[in-house]
Design a protein around this ligand. Structure first.
Ligand code: MG
Length: 158
């Protein structure tokens, strides 16, 4: 049995923070604001795998009102979500994500982000796709004031 899940997240870009995407630092003049480290890519993938298993979402398992998640390493939360779906009998077939960012250009960083995510997901890098895209100058994302991420995950049970 295969199950598909979708995840979405967006965070505002602010000065004075490191930009972290998929657990990797991406050099940029601003980083993603958030209660955690703001890693919108990890958050979207976490929601995609939890969603595929119908096991809730990141906010239910790791609420941002809980002080223990302040500044949290989102890659570590993703690893915990992988443990949750493994316990329920699922394994990950593949994950695909689109990172919509006017700046910075993601392409030079995509392969190390994929490798990092694959390690967290317990799959080969070939099972993880990350694609950078601009928003053609439109809206907050297009003004490089925010980054948005869409992700899908396919899980197999048994
Ligand atoms: Mg988030």
């Amino acid at each position: 049995m295969v199950r598909i899940g979708i995840g979405y997240d967006s965070h505002r870009l602010v000065e004075g923070r490191q930009l972290i995407l998929g657990g990797e630092v991406v050099p940029h003049s601003a980083g993603l604001k958030g209660h955690s480290d703001g890693d919108a890519l990890c958050h979207a993938i976490t929601d995609a795998i939890l969603g595929a298993a119908a096991l809730g979402d990141i906010g239910r398992h790791f609420p941002d009102t809980d002080p223990q998640y302040k500044g949290a390493n989102s890659l570590a939360l993703l690893v915990r979500a992988v443990g949750i779906i493994h316990e329920a009998g699922y394994r990950i077939e593949n994950v695909d994500a689109v990172v919509i960012a006017e700046r910075p250009t993601l392409a030079p960083h995509v392969d190390r982000i994929r490798a990092r995510l694959a390690g967290a997901l317990g799959v080969e890098a070939g099972a993880v796709s990350v694609k950078g895209k601009t928003n053609e100058g439109m809206g907050e994302v297009g003004r490089a004031e925010a980054i948005a991420v869409h992700a899908v995950a396919l899980l197999r049970r048994g």
